[in-house]
Design a protein around this ligand. Sequence first.
Ligand code: GRF
Length: 211
Amino acid sequence: MARKRVAVLISGRGSNMVALIEAAKDASFPAEIARVVSNDPSAQGLERAAAANIPTAAVDHRAFGKDREAFERALQSELEAHGTEFICLAGFMRLLTPWFVTQWKERLINIHPALLPELRGLHTHARALAEGRQWHGATVHFVVPEMDAGPVIRQARVPVLPGDTEQTLAARVLEVEHRIYPEALRLVAEGRVQVVGDACLVDGKPVETFS
Ligand code: GRF
């Protein structure tokens, strides 16, 4: 079966992008990272993608001022021009409008550093610590118009340990992010994920979640 063409959208360092690129180096992986696109031309991840011989592009949101849809139309042209079938958001820091999200229904995936539906939004590690949580983690999900919502494809948890700082906890979560994002993309690209209502079935079974 032909490998699915995936675009990874980034805004920063791109460590999840690298994890996806590494996984896709295996010829048996069902997706190829065909392109990396950043809304920030200075994103460190663009250099890392180029070093891995992945074509890159920058669509600078600042060129469009407050016109979010104009930015997204430019992004859409970029994605369409290269035959994109799936999009992975990997630290992409722009909110996407319902217009964009609807066009990519069940083909647009995000990773969030928390056990959704808990701790949506920013600063999840600091909030997990402040709330005295025992468990924290990461979630890969399909994107829907509501932020940090959408059917969960894969989730993994890590313990919060005594003495943890935001940095140590973030590092522990990042390790599982780098594992579950390629796993989730594999499942989606192999057509093993079915969305039923607001949840996913994988191979016909409910996804294991920890929230
Ligand atoms: C990750 O923690 C991801 O879960 C969140 O943004 C961060 C991106 O890190 N959405 P990186 O750019 O992949 O290193």
